[in-house]
Design a protein around this ligand. Structure first.
Ligand code: 5AD
Ligand code: SF4
Ligand code: FES
Length: 362
């Protein structure tokens, strides 16, 4: 057994172990890690993959993250908000097609109107699905009162990516104001947990200036925060953003993709019973990126439900797939893709993470 294999077989991984696993010296070692992670998933939570139908509700955002294509400061980007009818039609489609859950995602907005609207939509979605459709929210940092209202209205999972767990890097990628503070972000994530949500976070991989040590720390942050679900993927440059200037110092896309796969795999090893998404950004860098992520331990996929007319306007980064495929087409496509990995699509189930069940039992 070589050093890499010895580490793979350890029960608890140290920071140094994670660093070694993130930087294999051979293709065989890399493959071994991915295989091991897939096997750990199958042994711990089985080979079911759960659908979360993604509704990109609005691209209006009050924030100005330096990496993101829909940042407030990008005035080349036209803005939209889906109508109530459109949102409810998407939710109905998801319910009728047997998707266990949906995700409502939008830029970050804090206003009375927005809060009321989301609360209303949550209640209507619960009604139209007889309470059966699971609902994840991905609507940025919010106050405890708002989180509580949305929880009561039917949201039960919430995602806030930490983006990077390194304070200095976080500061580098965001404007220096209270709205973009690392501490506020951590607080917001804590509030999500305190309000009873299944809690999700994630990071971007291959950011300018980020090294393997930072990524190992990200995994340790995620583990210590004891989250229930994670969505992470490669950073992808976006032309109309300030960080586009750094495009020449990025690691090559293939390396970024493979590093992201190893992040997914190691996360599966250190948190065997959480939900891990095979993210769209993975598919952006490799045509079968999401399939590869599923083989490396991911168990959640988010087919896009957003009406095609809006998709071009929700471009967080370049090369996002499925710009012209309506929900129906994405469903067939994704079903076939998952089947090709040997995993099974579990329809009509919420697919909560086993980790959450254990966490609330204490
Ligand atoms: N590349 C990859 N991911 C991005 N996100 C935003 N901009 C980019 C980019 N350029 C991710 C962030 C955010 C999520 C909604 O999209 O992690 O939390
Ligand atoms: Fe807004 Fe999120 Fe983009 Fe930041 S990453 S600008 S909060 S949509
Ligand atoms: Fe949208 Fe394949 S997932 S067309």
């Amino acid at each position: 057994m070589n050093k890499y294999e010895t580490i793979l077989n350890k029960k608890d991984l140290t920071r140094d172990d994670i660093i070694t696993l993130l930087s294999p010296s051979t293709k065989d070692d890399h493959e071994l890690l991915l295989e091991k992670a897939g096997a750990v998933r199958n042994e711990t939570i089985g080979n079911n993959v759960y659908f979360r139908g993604l509704i990109e509700y609005s691209n209006i955002c009050a924030k100005n993250c330096y990496y993101c294509g829909i940042r407030r400061g990008n005035d080349k980007q036209g803005r939209y908000t889906m109508t109530d009818q459109e949102v409810l039609a998407c939710a109905k489609f998801a319910y009728d097609e047997g998707y266990g859950s949906i995700v409502i995602q939008a830029g970050e907005v804090s206003s009375v109107e927005f809060t009321d609207k989301i609360e209303y939509l949550l209640k209507e979605i619960k009604k139209l699905s007889d309470g059966k459709l699971g609902i994840t929210l991905s609507l940025g940092e919010q106050t405890s009162d708002i989180l509580e209202r949305w929880f009561k209205a039917g949201g039960h999972r919430y995602l806030i990516r930490i983006e990077t767990s390194n304070r200095d890097l976080y500061t580098k990628y965001h404007p220096a104001d209270k709205m973009h503070s690392f501490d506020e972000r951590v607080k917001a994530l804590n509030l999500v947990k305190e309000n009873g949500y299944q809690t999700g976070t994630g990071v971007m991989i291959g950011l300018p200036g980020q090294n393997i040590g930072h990524l190992a720390d990200d995994l340790i942050f995620i583990k210590n925060f004891d989250v229930d679900m994670v969505g992470m993927g490669p950073y992808i440059e976006s032309e109309d953003t300030p960080m586009y200037e750094d495009r020449d110092i990025l690691i090559p896309k293939l390396d970024r993709f493979e590093l992201s796969l190893r992040m997914v795999a190691i996360l599966r090893l250190i948190m065997p019973d959480i939900n891990i998404a095979a993210t769209t950004a993975m598919q952006t860098l490799d045509p079968v990126g999401r399939e590869k992520a599923i083989k490396a331990g991911a168990n959640v996929i988010m087919p896009n439900l957003t009406p095609v007319k809006y998709r071009e306007s929700y471009l967080l980064y370049e090369g996002k797939p499925c710009l012209d495929e309506e929900a129906e087409k994405c469903k067939g496509c994704i079903m076939a893709r998952i089947k090709s990995t040997g995993a099974v699509v579990a329809l009509n189930e919420w697919g909560d993470s086993k980790h959450f069940a254990k966490r609330i039992k204490g």
